[in-house]
Design a protein around this ligand. Structure first.
Ligand code: URA
Length: 215
């Protein structure tokens, strides 16, 4: 008798979505608020645990992300995984999302109205996950906190905003185009573990006028 056929491999590396995030992900899936809703295959809300201490915010999904509904699963995502491995972290422990949740046609830059249409979703994710550290990947997410800055001037420099650290980073795709940025990104990532520890310790310390400031 023929052995039973092996189950087909799962296309999508499924991360379990925390129950608390499900209504938001469903709202994103139904979003009609900009023209990208007409061209997307799937929305790409984000991935990672609700309790993550570290959040990455990229630009917008590419083709592979649009196919799978998960952020950073193409070549830029592979480099992100390499950067994480370099500091002893895995994707399963960090929260990853984008400024824009739908793929712009032909991977063009997201338009201001598309960023605006997704703004409330991103804000909600930041509030819900409440990470100690946010690393922005590329200029579009950096602009949310530092609209006039140049990434070449401020990458790797953490700034405290509303009780968390925001660290601007180059986009992993930039390092795939320009190999000299690979080492720069590894260096910028190297400070993340200590930064997370510092914010975590501050958050856990009992409130007191003698509490050390973050910076
Ligand atoms: N680039 C991004 O900014 N986000 C992704 O999810 C993939 C590539």
């Amino acid at each position: 008798m023929e052995p039973p056929a092996a189950a087909p491999p799962r296309l999508v590396p499924l991360y379990e979505v925390h129950r608390a995030l499900q209504p938001l992900y469903e709202q994103i899936a139904d979003c009609p608020n900009c023209t990208l809703a007409r061209t997307r295959s799937r929305t790409v809300p984000g991935s990672g645990p609700l309790e993550a201490d570290l959040m990455f915010i990229g630009e917008a999904p590419g083709q592979r992300e649009d196919e799978l509904g998960l952020p950073f699963v193409g070549r830029a995502g592979q480099f992100l995984d390499e950067l994480l491995a370099g500091i002893g972290l895995s994707r399963a422990t960090v929260y990853v999302t984008n400024v824009v949740k739908c793929r712009p046609v032909q991977n063009r830059d997201p338009l201001p109205e598309e960023i605006e249409a997704c703004g409330a979703f991103l804000e909600r994710q930041i509030q819900m996950v409440n990470p100690s550290v946010v690393a922005t990947l590329g200029r579009f997410s950096m602009a949310r906190w530092f609209p006039d800055a140049r990434i070449s001037s401020i990458h790797g420099r953490a700034a405290e905003v509303e009780g968390r650290m925001i660290v601007p980073m180059y986009h992993p795709a930039a390092a795939l185009r320009n190999g000299s940025l690979r080492a720069v990104m590894h260096e910028d990532f190297a400070q993340l573990p200590a930064l997370i520890e510092r914010v975590r310790a501050t958050r856990e310390a009992p409130a007191s006028s003698e509490t050390e400031p973050l910076l």
